[in-house]
Write a protein that binds this ligand. Sequence first.
Ligand code: AGP
Length: 608
Amino acid sequence: MCGIIGYIGKRNAVSVILEGLKRLEYRGYDSAGIAFFSDKGIEIRRCTGKIRELASMLESENPSSSTAIGHTRWATHGRPSEENAHPHRSNSIVLVHNGIIENYLDLKERMIEKGYEFKSETDTEVLCHLIEEYTKRYPFEQAVREALKEVKGSYALVIVKEDEPAKIVGARKDSPLVVGLGEGEFFLASDVPAFLNYSRNVIFLDDGEMAVLTYKGLMITEPDNTPARKDVKSVPWSLSMAEKGGYRHFMLKEIYEQPRAIGDTLRGRLYPERGAVNFDEFGFGIDELKKVKKIFIVACGTSYHAALTGKYMIEELARTPTEVDIASEFRYRRPLVKSGDLMIAITQSGETADTLAAQREAKRLGARILSICNVVGSTSSREADAVFYTHSGPEIGVASTKAFTAQIVALYLFAIGLGKTKGVISENISRELLKELLMLPGKVEKALAIDEDIRRIAEGFFKARGFLYLGRGINYPIALEGALKLKEISYIHAEGYPAGEMKHGPIALIDEELPVIVLAPMDNLHKKIISNIQEVKSRGGRVISITNDSDSEIFRTSDKCILVPNTNSYLTPVLMAIAVQLLAYYVGVLRGCDVDQPRNLAKSVTVE
Ligand code: AGP
């Protein structure tokens, strides 16, 4: 997600902003920019690449100002480029934004009709023109308030107006914004590290609140414009902890970011009342989708496990044959790809060499390519015919967590959209499926409450020499994912296996030394999975079951039970994933491993 910062006070605002942006670099970004007041009015400098490039652009001018705003961009709409970098401007209004404007296309059309000229591909620019339009009828702050009443989506905004150099306005909805309080100086930022060097006294804004910063002081108002009563908090964190939002590791922070990552990924992409999926971004016409006879999905590692869940969803909801390959295997098996087939390449980074090679091979064989990717402007997204971005924000931890569940959500949306387009599922069915999806962020939030239980279970098992994960049906890929997560960050051998297949070999491994994690949701395979648990128990094995209902039989047969909320069978893997991610995390921490940067691993494997 983007980093935003604003400053007003006695220091040189330009250097405060540059330093603050450097402190936000950990959030991941592809371009940066700054706006500052000078005797020429508001000046803007932007560039792709790193903060140091922005700093060297300013070095020769060495500008000084008392009011400035800055931004590091993690692209969600529009490729990384200077014209898409923030700050954006419309006449007197200049602003930086973190979030996703859902209805930006409608607003953009209206602003173009009013004669505004757009210079970028971003959703953000529409906010500048909308606020500028309102300043014709209202004073600055009120114009912001009125404009935001028309905006759907998420935003943390820091805004300045050319003829009011001694003022900064901040507003937020579904995207964090925090005020820093100094001596005769104020900060606004998406995150505390941006100004932690200058102040530890902070006020966290809530949704709908607006902050107005001037030399004279700070005013925070409620959505109805009445003064808001806010507590000043003192942040005890070290800078490094602050970068992790108070979490010990990026991995744990990103596990906890999943409700928002899923919310941002589904935002603006479904019309629940109509049971419809918004395919605009998929980039394929409905008629083109109808003709798709076969689908190939390729990916690596954790993304491959998401791909496997996609097969279950697409074949059940759209009755379209779907083959899933590990990307590095795909092109060496002379795949029977025909022109008009669809390949879905799933890749968080968009730069994984094996996945890119598979995607190119499928394209050469005549397939249309859809990339499900988390990085705007990455190679996979640029070379595909269509892209569906998972808006999970930058994933810093090497072990993929929030990108994984966002990929499953993307595949779920795709399967419903394709199934409805092909007439396989009715509007009623798709409405039900989408309604359940809208509840998923809340259910993931609830699932995170198992953290303490998982930590205690990890304490009892972290010395084990190996783990076996068992799952059935659409949860079998989560058994694979749980095993991979554990291997990756705790260096313990672990294996994921279809529960029904265990008796054909791995059952020889069972003894009291080998913990067996069983994914046992209350679904149509529940009875089968119970008998698998009994097979393990009768050989002295120890079973940790993850289930989604207080089913007494599971509790009676398992040594430990983890309960996650109930949802439909297609989304159960997301809730099961929370449990296996937390288990791997705590085992890794208990074994003293570097869970954010595990040995031998890279975040993006750009070599074959
Ligand atoms: C996941 O935890 C691993 N870091 C790794 O398996 C990763 O999923 C794989 O390298 C694919 O990366 P991508 O999604 O960026 O293509």
